[in-house]
Design a protein around this ligand. Structure first.
Ligand code: NAD
Length: 290
């Protein structure tokens, strides 16, 4: 397949590199970042998109996605797939899909879970939205860049699944951190707390796989001074997207709303920016009720 890749940042560069290493002819374009090994540098996004079977984007947000789509959809060849792997708002995903279909193209929104480590190791999970034909065409690429892909439904379904998952993640991480801080004040040993909760009904990925308490449970960013990992500001981005989506469909998400406010406070006024999202635990440790 002839593939173009736009957005060669922390995630895009290793993903593009894995496709090149698997033998695909791949060109890349980024406003700033260099092309990784094996990826041919294009002069512009529209030059890159011309004549490609698939164009992949891995960009910061929906606004940038829409502007890149405006540039490249008109020059892409009929029947090609526009595959966006960024995490963006559901409305932007659906808007570019409509635009792509009008231009005779297929569109798939396929945000990922697994972070930079998953991108480098080719072990990402893709959650995809779009037609069956579009999904079938790019599924072999998911197999190279990841270890699992789920076709969630029509356009926007991938973004919907991603923000629902990450809303649960933000909420459970906060709940886990506040429970650890409460346990501390009650004089409970952290290891005992982990041993009980990780095998009882309070268990979740946040404690079992990514324990926010240093020296307890599996290795996690807590064991590395809370260096990310998954940075608090990226969690905030996803929580904001969940609230934007909830507002657009009039869904009541009180826990998601509270989690968004807490991460906003943590990132904007409490020094949380640049720290892992599990650093909510030292934040709660320092606080009192009220
Ligand atoms: P990043 O900021 O490292 O990379 C984005 C790249 O896009 C940058 O290199 C930037 O120069 C480039 N870019 C911006 N505007 C452009 C344009 N108009 N044309 C071409 N290139 C342009 O971000 P990242 O960490 O690689 O994340 C990318 C996406 O993946 C985001 O939507 C993010 O939410 C999502 N994501 C990130 C992680 C993670 O752990 N980093 C995990 C899951 C999902």
């Amino acid at each position: 397949m002839k593939i173009g890749f736009i957005g060669l940042g922390n995630m895009g560069a290793p993903m593009a590199k894995n496709l090149a290493m698997a033998g695909h002819e791949i060109s890349g374009f980024d406003l700033q970042a260099p092309c990784p090994d094996g990826v041919i540098k294009a002069a512009s996004a529209s030059q890159l998109a011309t004549g490609k079977d698939v164009v992949i984007t891995m960009l910061p947000n929906g606004e940038i996605l829409r502007s890149v789509a405006n540039d490249i959809l008109p020059v892409m060849q009929n029947g090609a797939v526009f595959l966006d792997c960024s995490t963006v708002d559901v409305d932007s995903a659906r808007a570019v899909a409509v635009q792509a279909e009008k231009a005779g193209l297929m569109a798939v929104d396929a945000p990922v879970s697994g972070g930079v480590g998953g991108a480098a190791g080719g072990t990402l999970t893709f959650m995809a939205g779009g037609t069956q034909a579009g999904f079938a065409k790019v599924e072999p690429l998911f197999e190279i860049m990841g270890q699992k892909s789920v076709h969630c439904g029509g356009s926007g379904a991938g973004q919907s699944a991603k923000i629902c998952n990450n809303m649960i993640l933000g909420v459970t991480m906060i709940a886990t951190c506040e429970a650890f801080a409460l346990a501390d004040k009650l004089g409970l040993d952290r290891q005992k707390m982990f041993d009980v909760v990780s095998t009882s009904s309070g268990y979740s990925w946040s404690i079992n796989a990514y324990c926010p308490a240093p020296g307890v449970g599996p290795q996690s960013p807590a064991d590395n001074d809370y260096k990310p990992g998954f940075a608090a500001e990226l969690m905030l981005k996803d929580l904001r997207l969940s609230q934007k989506a909830a507002k657009s469909v009039d869904a009541d998400t009180p826990m998601g709303h509270s989690a968004t406010e807490l991460y906003e406070q943590f990132v904007n006024t409490e020094g949380g920016e640049g720290m892992d999202f599990s650093a909510m635990l030292p934040r709660f440790e320092k606080r009192q009720r009220g």
